[in-house]
Design a protein around this ligand. Structure first.
Ligand SMILES: Nc1ncnc2c1ncn2[C@@H]1O[C@H](COP(=O)(O)OP(=O)(O)OP(=O)(O)O)[C@@H](O)[C@H]1O
Ligand SMILES: [Mg+2]
Length: 504
């Protein structure tokens, strides 16, 4: 009626004054939280995510229309407020209204980008007189609660880094992830119980030492170096650590990182409560080699410029230019202090191949050796795989494990039933057979090695004796028969090749 009765200009003026009067007497304050902020529009606003979580737990039974998200592989459903829904919350006797809404763009551009998608937001409304307590106390409470709920309900993720070249452009992602669902735990991990307890205590202590690290002036992170032959449980232990502490895993593939700067960017983009893993660090990059190469290069004289350009091009194509110093800075440089509660884990099969600087305490605080299967490890595996705590065959297995080396992976493989006919005893017999085979193989190998060694030594002696012979020949030749006659009465030289002994 208003629109029909009054001309446009008048309507505009009336609206302006009505708004002024309303804002003067309107007893409420409104605060809006957008899903995407202007400066970080490739990442959802953390406040928005926290509010979403908070409202979904605290108000979902009051809202009438809900949205459902299925998490953890269809195991549970998380409900959140649907768009244009309103719920009320109460904080210290103050009533707060939350509405969820979205602004829809007027027209859609042909090329879609974040700017023309629907923009969701939450709006908080409260009475004006409560403004201070709401902005200073209540909002912090909502953010903290939201974060705590996230920790409780979050799906843990396993990340891997994308190749540096793929980072550019809109929605750049340095890390790709899948939901982490490895079943390994410290219960299923077979290792010496004493050692296991020590590691468990160490990890639990770390996760509860926020204040302690602050007090001693260290950033809240810890380095673990896991070393041992293939198949001794290094990767399984990382999964068990992540499951114990409920951390995410960042599996860093060094060869895909272009240079030290990109390595730093990757580090900044990792979240707290995570494990950064570099597997087989000795094979990832020839870090020490690169250091030598650089030294040699600097010594070289001026190179032909064409050759130099070609070499540089080659280097670029080769991929990673990450250096040892870049990696050292990654672990405990100034940038490593960003974020907190992080474990850095390296694994290697060859401890001796690593640069001492890389594994010194402070960088890799705890060195854990995972080695061949002993009887203690076997007992855990037998319990896990066959539900056996004792058996007559255990003593034979114990003796054989002392006499031969077998990795826990091999033992586990033998203990696993392969058909419905197999039972615990047949699996144990299978293991005994494998152990005996391994023992026999080891014996034959030792005999072969000894034979090769003896041959090498014999060859070496013959060579040395040949040299001695030449020396004596020389003496005889130089001084003439006379001198030799003075020195020796009889000189008889034989060289028996079989035993490499010289008789002179
Ligand atoms: N200590 C162990 N406890 C329980 N299972 C183990 C253990 N060691 C090995 N296994 C079994 O062997 C398999 C291989 O182990 P894992 O991948 O952890 O070895 P790894 O030490 O990481 O080897 P690599 O050095 O080759 O990466 C796992 O699937 C696991 O089932
Ligand atoms: Mg492994």
């Amino acid at each position: 009626i208003f629109r029909q009765l009054f001309p446009d200009e008048f309507q505009r003026d009336v609206r302006k004054y009505v708004n002024k009067v309303v804002s003067y007497v309107y007893p409420y304050v409104e605060i809006t939280f957008h899903e995407y902020q202007v400066d970080t529009w490739f990442e959802r606003s953390k406040a928005f995510v926290s509010i979403e979580r908070y409202l979904s737990t605290n108000s979902s039974n009051r809202a009438k229309r809900l949205k459902a998200n299925v998490v953890r592989d269809c195991e549970s459903v998380v409900l959140s407020m649907d768009d244009y829904e309103e719920v009320t919350d109460e904080f210290r006797g103050i009533k707060i209204w939350w509405t969820s809404s979205k602004s829809i763009p007027q027209q859609r551009a042909f090329f879609s980008y974040r700017g023309d998608e629907e923009k969701r937001y939450y709006r908080l409304t409260c009475k004006r007189e409560h403004r201070d307590i709401i902005t200073k106390v209540y909002l912090q409470h909502v953010l903290d609660e939201g974060k705590a709920i996230e920790v409780k309900t979050r799906q843990r993720k396993l990340y891997t880094n994308n190749k540096s070249e793929k980072w550019s452009g809109y929605r750049r992602t340095m890390w790709s992830h899948i939901i982490f669902e490895h079943p390994s735990t410290f219960d299923t991990l077979a290792m010496d119980p004493k050692k296991k307890k020590e590691i468990l205590d160490d990890l639990m202590m770390f996760s509860k030492s926020k204040e302690y690290y602050k007090k001693v002036g260290k950033s809240w992170k810890r380095g673990y170096l896991l070393y041992g032959p293939p198949g001794t449980g290094k990767s399984s232990m990382i999964a068990a650590m992540a499951n114990l502490l409920e951390y995410d895993i960042y599996d860093l593939e060094l060869t895909s990182v272009k240079d030290n700067t990109d390595l730093r960017k990757l580090l900044i983009d990792t979240s707290s409560k995570s494990i950064i893993v570099i597997e087989d660090i000795d094979c990832s990059l020839d870090l020490t080699g690169q250091r030598k190469e650089k030294k040699e290069e600097s010594k070289e004289e001026e190179k032909d410029p064409v050759k130099k350009a070609e070499e540089e091009k080659d280097k670029k194509n080769k991929g990673s230019e990450v250096t040892l110093s870049g990696l050292l800075n990654f672990i405990d440089g100034l940038w490593s202090a960003c974020g907190s509660e992080r474990l850095i884990v390296f694994t290697t099969n060859f401890l001796e191949k690593l640069d001492p600087a890389l594994i010194r305490r402070g960088r890799m605080d705890k060195h854990i050796e995972l080695s061949y299967c002993c009887f203690e490890i076997f007992k855990v595996l037998a319990k896990n795989y066959l539900d056996l705590e004792s058996h007559d065959l255990f003593s034979t297995i114990s003796r054989l494990l002392e006499e031969t080396k077998m990795t826990p992976a091999d033992v586990a493989e033998n203990l696993m039933p392969k058909s419905f006919e197999e039972n615990a005893e047949s699996c144990l017999n299978k293991l005994i057979q494998s152990l005996e085979n391994a023992k026999e193989e080891a014996r034959l190998k030792a005999v072969e090695d000894a034979r090769i060694k003896a041959e090498e030594e014999a060859a070496k002696k013959i060579e040395q004796n040949g040299e001695k012979l030449q020396e004596i020949d020389g003496k005889l030749g130089d001084g003439g028969g006379k001198k030799a006659d003075q020195d020796t009465d009889i000189l008889q030289v034989t060289n028996t090749k079989e035993n490499g002994v010289i008789n002179a």
